[in-house]
Design a protein around this ligand. Structure first.
Ligand code: UDX
Length: 439
């Protein structure tokens, strides 16, 4: 089966390469000539573990190709995916659908055969109707069915998530759409991945509801962590204790500095806008957005408190370990590190930082921060070491070396990757999230 993927960013490229790996004939299309040129040379536009090898193998096997030409790319494709960005619109937080609609127009104008047009981009409820209207308005003589098929890929684990999904959601309005999508995902049914056929609007809502629910889960445990700190509990034990209840589930209950990334912040805001449009408020999500926003700055203040308060902090130096919003990505979008660095900078604290992949992206976002070649270079002379992102490289720091290099043995672990008792034994004053302090 031939599949076209319009948009070769994070979602389009991962999905395209995985579909090719299933044996489909895939063309990834992007209007960015330099991106396509680099892909031809085997250079990935993003950092995602395993993606370069997957792309290389499938290009070699003749199943994956790249072009900037939409008409050429979609010729003969039974499924044309739209996987372009839907960023927050400046000013109002609505999802900006201009890229999606521009692709719909171009696809409508250049279709040379019957096709199912699939929205993979995260789009507000009702967008599929508009995509359908645009394609019909192009006057195409071909049969077209517009389907919604949201992605649930986590950065850093996207290939595994694609190949072994918890579920595949298809929002289709007719048999043509359903039949083609069944073919597209046939290799996954053989893996017994559950597939859920729903109507198009439900499918569009599922994506936002899923992300908002996960953001709520994280925010809930973060507030429990604050309560644990004040009341003398341990949030990891609380999370374990509630997570064993099958109705709650153990995942996404890791307390931390607040969620960031390209999805949760943008999608929760867009859901609030949709709720406003339909005059059907989702007050829980309103609270989640507010609590998470203020949490990121609160984490900066937590470091200041650990340093002895505002006065004592001025002129001190902090080492930030990890800048990306989570490990195994170079993505800095809405990363808590940005707010933490800003709060510390405003308090007159100087910052040295190290991140395995994100420093290039981070530099323009935090120009005052000195970027270092290794965690130890950042730690040298620091009054406090702060773990912001739980990269594996920070899980087994040479603690003696840290103590020898730092000015003071003070560690603020915003991801709870160390054990308080071990840190006490190692001679550190250790602050973490929602757990008793060790000193
Ligand atoms: C998310 C969804 O998981 C994915 O299904 C969707 O398609 C896109 O958005 P992603 O943004 O890549 O994926 O990262 P994810 O692993 O979900 O983490 C999001 C944020 O939540 C990160 O900042 C992470 O640090 C934070 N998080 C996650 C926590 O603080 N605690 C947790 O227990 C889990």
């Amino acid at each position: 089966m031939k599949i076209a993927m319009v948009g070769s960013g994070y979602v389009g490229l991962v999905s395209g390469a995985c579909f090719a790996d299933f044996g489909h004939d895939v063309v990834c299309i992007d209007k960015d000539q330099s991106k396509i040129d680099r892909l031809h040379q085997g250079i990935m536009p993003i950092y995602e573990p395993g993606l370069d090898a997957l792309v290389e193998n499938n290009v070699k096997a003749g199943r994956l190709s790249f072009t900037t030409d939409v008409a050429e790319g979609i010729r003969g494709a039974q499924a044309v995916f739209i996987a372009v960005g839907t960023p927050s619109r400046r000013g109002d937080g609505h999802a900006d659908l201009s890229f999606v609609y521009a692709v719909a127009e171009e696809v409508g104008a250049s279709l040379a055969n019957d096709a199912v047009v699939v929205t993979k981009s995260t789009v507000p409820v009702g967008t599929g109707d508009e995509v359908e209207r645009i394609i019909q308005a192009s006057g195409t003589p071909h049969k077209v069915s517009v389907v919604s098929n949201p992605e649930f890929l986590r950065e850093g684990a996207a290939i595994g998530d694609f190949k072994r999904p918890d579920r595949i959601v298809i929002g289709a309005e007719d048999d043509f759409g359903r039949d083609v999508m069944r073919e597209v995902y046939r290799p996954l049914f053989l893996n017994e991945s559950p597939i859920l056929f729903v109507n198009r609007r439900s499918s569009e809502l599922i994506k936002y509801a899923a992300n908002a629910f996960l953001a709520t889960k994280i925010t809930f445990i973060n507030e429990m962590a604050d309560l644990c700190e004040k009341a003398g509990g341990n949030v990891q034990d609380v999370a374990r204790g509630i997570g064993m209840d099958g109705r709650i589930g153990s995942k996404f209950l890791n307390a931390g500095p607040g969620y960031g990334g390209s999805c949760f912040p943008k999608d929760t805001l867009a859901l609030l806008k949709t709720a406003e449009d339909y005059d059907s408020p989702v007050r829980i999500v309103e609270a989640v957005v507010k609590v998470n926003d203020s949490r990121k700055r609160a984490m900066g203040r937590k470091v200041i408190d650990a340093l002895g308060g505002t006065k004592a902090s001025r002129g001190k130096k902090v080492a930030l370990l990890g800048l990306t919003f989570k490990p195994n990505t170079d993505d800095m979008r809405d990363s808590p590190s940005i707010d933490i660095a800003e709060t510390l900078g405003n308090a007159g604290v100087s910052i040295a930082a190290y991140d395995p992949e994100g420093m290039e992206q981070a530099r323009p976002l935090m120009p005052e921060v000195a970027m270092c070649d290794s965690p130890y270079a950042a730690i040298e002379g620091a009054d406090a070491v702060v773990i912001v992102t739980e990269w594996d490289a920070f899980r087994a720091l040479d603690l003696d070396r840290v103590k020898a290099l730092a000015k003071a043995p003070l560690l603020v672990d915003l991801r709870n990757i160390y054990n308080p008792d071990d840190m006490r034994t190692a001679g550190f004053t250790y602050h973490s999230v929602g757990r008793p302090r060790a000193e």
